[in-house]
Design a protein around this ligand. Structure first.
Ligand SMILES: *Cc1c(COP(=O)(O)O)cnc(C)c1O
Length: 391
């Protein structure tokens, strides 16, 4: 048999029971999305036309005034904040990340600091923290605004954090003072009404990541004010090639199939029967659970592993495997054994438990995970089904 590309490269395939992580390749486009991407791959198009047309469709189905596909939510943050700083001035856009003479401060509440705020500074902006670990008041935010303020940045998933100013109040403040509000809503895509609400929230720019709705891993989009979306377009790689200015978006180039994949995946996500999606998770969790029946010193609990990496009871998307101390295995030894296999199986390890997230696990992979878990828990010699293993 012809070796697979992974075999040729000597890269071990992985069964991903952790969820959507860019370090594992992020997302898996569905057959429908893959087909659209494949058509785009076979067929040339003007990228200017493709980006305009795809932006129009995304604006229509999200209810936003305007939209643009970007290289992930990250690309949207970089180009969106560049647009807020350059304010339509092509020469200023070309000079970025140098910001002499233009507003370059992006305000963020101290308790809103998060992993991806690193991207704020990529376009040359200065990230200015407002308030402290106890919180931030609207007075502090108001006082932080000056002639250098380019935007106020809000990670939407942290909206409502104790002690912070709410997004709606920030939007009002921004409008009063003429400061654009940029919102990272990368994964706030379910319930799908969230997408519409955020798109119509009055925030000036709102970005989403396609990795979370089954688009290409490098895809994303930004919605918002038409003049700012035009400025995003004027900063991107098409403008670099065709426009008057050598703008920074050249480094954030998109493929035809990525653009098409983002639109197709968003359309599919908005039409998806999400109840059936959750039933699928439950079914895969149950498959794994059935393979583990009769194994002593563990407790199995279907649970929800959230985007914030915490555990809740609903909706089920993972199997929580509590391992009693004193047995001959620990979560760490199980994890090591799962990783050592081919394909490797990756799960989460939390203190005295393993978390098997099935969101991107196929039905056939769930079978394999169940069998392998039984093997590593029982030891190869005593893993027959129905056999009760002594700890
Ligand atoms: C993943 C993620 C991003 C980055 O999105 P990409 O599309 O991978 O660039 C930004 N913000 C949050 C909250 C994310 O989870």
């Amino acid at each position: 048999m012809k070796p697979t590309i992974y075999e040729e490269l000597h890269v071990r395939p992985i069964i991903n029971a952790k969820g959507i992580y860019s370090s594992l390749g992020g997302s898996v486009p569905s057959p429908r999305v893959w087909e659209a991407m494949s058509v785009a791959n076979r067929t040339w198009a003007s990228m200017a036309d493709l980006l305009t047309a795809s932006g129009d469709v995304i604006a229509r189905i999200t209810g936003a005034a305007a939209a643009r596909v970007t290289l992930g939510a990250s690309g949207a943050i970089v180009l969106g904040l560049a647009a807020c700083m350059a304010r339509g001035d092509g020469l200023a856009m070309e000079r970025l990340p140098e910001t002499d003479g233009i507003p370059n401060e992006v305000l963020i509440q101290r308790r809103h600091r998060y992993r991806y705020d690193r991207l704020i500074t990529l376009c040359g902006a200065r990230r200015v923290e407002v308030g402290d670990l106890r919180g931030t008041t609207i007075e502090q935010l108001t006082a932080a605004i000056n002639e250098s303020t380019a935007a106020i940045f809000v990670p939407a998933h942290l909206d409502g954090t104790d002690g912070t100013v709410a997004l709606q109040d920030i939007i009002e403040l921004g409008h009063d003072r003429g400061i654009p509000v940029f919102v990272d809503a990368a994964y706030l895509i379910y319930p799908v009404e969230r997408i519409h609400e955020l798109s119509k929230s009055g925030a000036d720019l709102v970005c989403f990541s396609a990795k979370y709705f089954g688009g290409p891993n490098s895809g994303g989009f930004v919605v918002g004010r038409p003049d700012l979306i035009r400025a995003v377009a004027n900063g991107d790689f098409v403008s670099f090639e065709l426009g008057a200015h050598r703008v920074l978006g050249r480094a954030l180039k998109l493929d035809r199939h990525t653009v098409v994949g983002v639109v197709a995946a968003l359309q599919e996500w908005l039409e998806t029967d999400h109840k059936a999606r959750f039933e699928g998770y439950r079914r895969r969790v149950q498959t794994i659970q059935e393979h583990m029946e009769g194994i002593p010193y563990i407790r199995l609990m279907p649970m929800c592993f959230t985007m914030e990496e915490s555990l809740e009871s609903q909706p089920v998307n993972c199997l929580h495997i509590q391992v009693d101390p004193g047995g001959r295995v620990t979560p760490l030894t199980i994890d090591a054994a799962l990783r050592a296999g081919n394909p490797a199986i990756l799960v989460h390890v939390r203190d005295s438990a393993l978390i098997v997230d099935v969101e991107v696990v196929r039905d056939d992979e769930a079978e394999l995970i169940g069998r392998r878990l039984r093997e590593v828990f029982c030891g190869a010699e005593s893993c027959q089904y129905g056999h009760v293993v002594r700890p």
